[in-house]
Write a protein that binds this ligand. Structure first.
Ligand code: F6R
Length: 238
């Protein structure tokens, strides 16, 4: 896993967005897996601006949403699909057929199998945030390196942390669906994103600790083309 550290949050977002714009310029049909959460927000802001300037286009790209919360209303603003729409897709007019997300109103097992099939031999590029327990997507500690897209239970800390997306402390989702670690590892490129002092400990563990399902992000070290992008604060223990 290669480490790219930027001096500030702004420099970090400029760096990652600049590289993403290059990828889109080179491959307009790029198949991307995108996360939600707070970490990628500055990147999505800059990518939206780059598209507005016509430096890049997502018109022909395909986007796979990394994961989704279960048991919440389709209109809930905390759902991952709604967060990504708000933060990026609505600003870029991505054709709906090119946005893959999870429909959890029917058979969840079937939906996960269809998602896994749609991802096929993997995305061109997968962007990921990291949880303070090392989760990637909703692959919590204990996730197998060959896990597929599936229904998962959320760790207690993940449920608590999701309050910031849902703007409430109660009735938070306790399960979700996520691309598996195996699904992610099929991606040609993986970019792990971490910013702020709160991520310093897990970044250190991911880079220097054992490669183990107990720290799902560490499993990315077995992939030959993974870059961990951090700002200085998140790299303090790297
Ligand atoms: C979001 C996701 C999660 C987050 C992680 C970090 O789609 O899959 O794994 O990336 O929980 O969240 P933030 O970025 O809010 O610190």
């Amino acid at each position: 896993m290669k480490l790219e550290r930027a001096a500030t949050l702004d420099a970090w977002a400029d760096l990652v967005t600049g590289l993403l714009v290059q990828r889109l310029q080179r491959t307009p049909t790029l198949r991307m897996c995108l996360p939600t959460g707070l970490t990628p927000v500055p990147i999505y802001d800059r990518l939206s601006a780059a598209v507005a300037r016509r430096d890049a286009s997502l018109e022909h790209a395909t986007i796979f949403l990394l994961d989704e919360f279960g048991g919440v209303a389709p209109s809930d603003p905390g759902r991952c699909d709604n967060m990504l729409r708000r933060g990026l897709l609505d600003r870029l007019a991505v054709p709906p057929a090119q946005f893959h997300r999870f429909d959890l109103t029917g058979d969840v097992l079937q939906e996960c199998a269809a998602y896994e099939a749609a991802v096929g031999d993997g995305c061109d590029i997968t962007l990921l945030g990291i949880g303070s327990n090392g989760h990637i997507g909703m692959n919590e500690p204990g996730s197998s390196p060959d896990s597929a897209t599936r229904r998962v239970s959320l760790a207690a800390a993940t449920v608590t942390a999701s309050a910031r997306y849902f703007n409430r402390e109660h009735d938070l989702p306790t399960w979700g669906v996520t691309m598996g670690v195996g699904t992610i590892l099929r991606s040609r490129e993986i970019w792990l994103l971490a910013t702020g002092p709160g991520k310093a400990a897990i970044v250190g563990q991911t880079l220097r600790g054992a490669i183990t399902p107990d720290v799902p992000a560490s499993l990315l070290r077995s992939h030959g083309n993974t870059i961990l992008f951090t700002d200085e604060a998140a790299a303090a223990l790297a």
